[in-house]
Design a protein. Structure first.
Length: 96
């Protein structure tokens, strides 16, 4: 197995794990919807900030290293930034 193939497989596993964690979190939130309702904005902001920080740090570390970057991981990275910006805009608009 080549290094780039191995890295692509790791990226796919990371993506699957992240999606699974997100779906699990959404399910838990739905179970506790009434209890969590007063804390929606702080929870969303905390998640948005931590995800953005982790994503930024990981991308920076990958660029410093000698890892082969796969095109679809790079596309998902930039798509995620757009989605986070849209979510932040939605939160701001909903508050006013």
């Amino acid at each position: 197995m080549t290094n780039s193939t191995h890295i692509a497989r790791i990226k796919k596993a990371e993506l699957l794990s992240s999606v699974g964690a997100g779906v699990l979190g959404a399910g838990i939130a739905l179970l506790l919807a009434n209890s969590l309702a007063p804390y929606v904005i702080p929870i969303l902001l905390l998640g948005l900030i931590s995800h953005a920080t982790g994503m930024f740090q990981k991308h920076g570390l990958e660029q410093q290293g000698e890892a082969v970057r796969v095109w679809w991981a790079e596309a998902l990275y930039w798509f995620c930034w757009l989605a986070l910006a849209a979510l932040l805009l939605l939160l701001v608009v909903r508050q006013f």
